[in-house]
Design a protein around this ligand. Sequence first.
Ligand code: C5P
Length: 403
Amino acid sequence: MLAGKRILLIVAGGIAAYKTPDLVRHLRERGAVVRCVLTDGGAQFVTPLTLGAVSEDKVYDSLFSLTDEHEMGHINLSRQADALLVAPATANMLAKIAQGLADDLATTLLLATDKPVLVAPAMNVRMWGHPATQANIDTLAGRGVTVIGPNEGDMACGEYGMGRMSEPLEIAAAIENFFAANGRLTGSRALVTSGPTYEPIDPVRYIANRSSGKQGHAIAEALMRLGTKTTLVTGPTQQPDPPGVQVVHVESARQMLVACEAALPAEIAVCAAAVADWRVDTQTDQKLKKNTGAPPPPLMMTENPDILQTLSNAKNTRPGLVVGFAAETENVIANAQAKLARKGCDWIVANDVSPNTETFAGDANTVHLVTADSVEDWPRLSKAEVGERLADRIADALEAGHG
Ligand code: C5P
């Protein structure tokens, strides 16, 4: 399955381009998010309207559209993808990529990207067999580009031989194999907590922490993209369930702990939830009535389980790498270091949530990654980028033998 994988599909100018709407459908049926880039040649064979309709997204077709550059720069287009797929990859397109030419949006993206590139060649049998094309294919393969096909068969030009683009279903399967084999964290399991918890006072009232769930959800999604089998245990939020992630919805801290323990074993745990420290001990089954003139009911509180601390100290099921969050309004680093020691986790992601930072509910976050012996200050990033960067650092740590 390709759940949540973002594929930037570059359609070049070959007759096989007429199959790309079908390819988009097959990729999306497998859960992928597909965004299309059309070269001028590609636009001779398939329209932006068709690709836009099947991808349910804008189709990008000109490097020089200033509004596109303003809304979505060409670097961002590849940054927001997990892989670039060129289908059909014409002989001309392969030559340009091999040479590093960048004279339109598609080739500029391909030169500017650091994401994996896959190509599905499609051309006449003699163009495919030409030493120039074969040398270009060798060059690209040597640089780590994945070549899908081509197939042997009848050609649009009336000839027979190698050069037919692989069928859309074959390309979709090749992409699936690619992701299955290439996720840095393939084979590991991750548990992520997100959102607030609701602690009931009576059947209609509750106390809660402020939390949009944006950061926790972004971390779960980023870990999933690196290949982890990810469980996201979340309190009530407005965030949609990330595709490809197993989501468990809970309300209270105690429910969250039960759901987290049920999600073990896992190699990675990231506790980003804003768990209420206390719950109401005097919780009633009936709604508390307001009696005019009577004093307000006192609320007795009792301490909630600390999920991060419980996971960090679990005897047999402790995840190899446990990451906590620290939302602080002052002495951010010192408080995070103290929290790391107190909770027994491996890392703390510390963020300043004082009122002027607009971190709550906002899309950006400024964080520090605090470990037992280091502090990394990260620049202000979107919450999605913080998620990706944290997932990358987790993959680095696991590859280095942590956990
Ligand atoms: O102690 P404090 O709430 O500041 O610690 C924050 C970190 O601890 C976060 O990672 C949060 O998810 C986690 N936490 C928890 N269970 C609690 C309280 C906090 O997992 N009851």
